[in-house]
Design a protein around this ligand. Structure first.
Ligand SMILES: [Mg+2]
Length: 441
């Protein structure tokens, strides 16, 4: 039977970009306004060499040795490396071949996202239990807003105890930075690592940042750093002393944000985890259908598109939900927890499995929908090893074509005749797709 398909609406309730992303919100307030506000207390926690630490829990022989996690072939890329390997000049996002040359004795491990998801969830559960408001910004990174806690309990003591509890219960090393803002706390964590903690007292933010390299400001990537270097600028202090107008002239809008961050001015809020949860797609048929093949094709297209959005936004999902509304308006949903992923084949298979379990009544369907929730950032790293190199290359090539020519340009054979799918480049920031910056945690 024939079904007319309307545009598939892509809905995202993830409107707030990451603190690292280019268009960080809430930074355009005048300084005086921020100073009038009561000071915030923000803790940033980051698991140390997370993938390596997980591997070491499973294989203690890896302790103290240089370890690389990532694509194991010569053409693979390093997703994570131990401090022992970093001494040889190895860093994440480096080609595996180069890393092996720099550190021939390194033990190379192909990553396992299911294991890392499990440990990530264990840490999340503890933070969730203890914290008033927390944001999970990636698989191994958290921001916690404990503003106002000082009245009842010392904030630094609280954060110290939380860190101790995480280490005791999970045996994973974790570091934290505490300050009045997300930016300063994140930089603080970087300085506290490995296995440390730091408290940047209110009023000392600028002094703390001043001697550090401008590379330590979260949004300064390689390109921006090179531009600073070409201007002879290395330390944050130099940026602090530069006129704001000059920064704007040289770096545009981002220059203003970098200048504010360099001066410890960052009023971006901690986004509660449950608020940055999902991306979904649903379709109401003009004419109800009982054609299972057609329904599966539509669901496949939805899963494919949503997965593409996840990859473009450097996000991973951990919960898949499928919804079917029957012609009598009886609406059924089924969901499944999975290891963090943004890959089509895993997500399509999960969607198909859920649909098979769900579509039991032999009644016409009026609507079908797919939702990916439990989202976290940092997808780029995991996708480096989750699949064979061939699959990764395929996705990268397909995504590149989609970004250039529109999403209709590439389709799986099964979805070839599904038309009228809505277009959006990156629903996470409403802008052109961004190439995720490599994290160096
Ligand atoms: Mg980390």
């Amino acid at each position: 039977m024939k079904t007319t398909t309307h545009n598939i609406d892509i809905i995202t309730d993830l409107e707030t970009p990451d603190s690292e992303s280019i268009n960080t919100p809430n930074l355009d307030l005048p300084t005086s306004d921020i100073e009038l506000r009561s000071p915030n207390t923000i803790v940033h926690m980051d698991l140390d060499t997370f993938f390596v630490s997980c591997e070491r829990l499973l294989e203690p022989k890896l302790n103290g040795k240089p370890v690389l996690v990532g694509g194991t072939s010569d053409r693979g890329v390093v997703s994570a490396c131990s401090y022992e390997a970093r001494q040889f000049g190895v860093h994440s996002a480096m080609p595996m071949r180069m890393a092996r040359q720099l550190c021939p004795e390194a033990i190379v491990i192909r990553g396992n996202s299911a294991i890392y998801s499990k440990y990530s969830d264990m840490v999340t559960d503890i933070i969730k239990e203890e914290s008033p408001v927390y944001e999970k910004s990636s698989i191994d990174e958290f921001y916690i807003d404990i503003t106002g806690m000082d009245r009842f309990h010392g904030s630094y003591k609280w954060a110290t105890e939380l860190r101790q509890r995480i280490m005791q219960e999970t045996h994973l090393p974790i570091s934290f930075g505490m300050s009045t803002s997300k930016t300063v706390s994140k930089v603080g964590t970087g300085e506290a690592k490995p296995n440390g903690q730091i408290n940047v007292l209110r009023g000392l933010e600028k002094a703390f940042l001043a001697p550090l390299s401008i590379k330590k400001i979260p949004m300064v990537g390689d390109k921006t750093y090179q531009k600073f270097r070409s201007m002879g600028i290395e330390k944050i202090q130099t940026v602090q002393e530069m006129p704001l107008e000059l920064m704007e002239r040289v770096f545009g809008k981002n220059g203003v944000i970098i200048w504010k961050k360099a001066n410890g001015i960052d009023n971006s809020p901690v986004i509660p985890f449950h608020e940055r949860k999902s991306i979904s797609s649903s379709l109401t048929f003009e004419k109800d259908t009982i054609d299972v093949r057609k329904l599966k094709e539509i669901l496949t297209t939805m899963a494919e598109k949503l997965a593409f959005y996840l990859r473009n936004g450097d996000k991973l999902t951990s919960i898949v939900t499928v919804t079917v509304r029957y012609s009598d308006f009886d609406t059924r949903s089924r969901q499944m927890r999975i290891a963090y992923t943004a890959n089509d084949h895993t997500l399509i298979a999960t969607v198909m499995r859920l649909f098979d379990q769900l579509y039991q009544r032999r009644v016409m369907a009026r609507l079908v929908g797919v939702r990916f929730s439990g989202l976290v950032g940092g997808g780029y790293q995991i996708n480096l090893f989750e699949d064979s190199e061939r699959t990764i290359k395929l996705y990268q090539a397909m995504d590149k074509v989609r970004n250039r020519f529109g999403q209709g340009a590439v389709k799986r054979a099964v979805t070839m005749d599904t038309k009228g799918v809505g277009q959006m480049s990156n629903p996470f920031n409403g802008q052109a797709p961004i190439i995720p910056a490599h994290r160096r945690s």
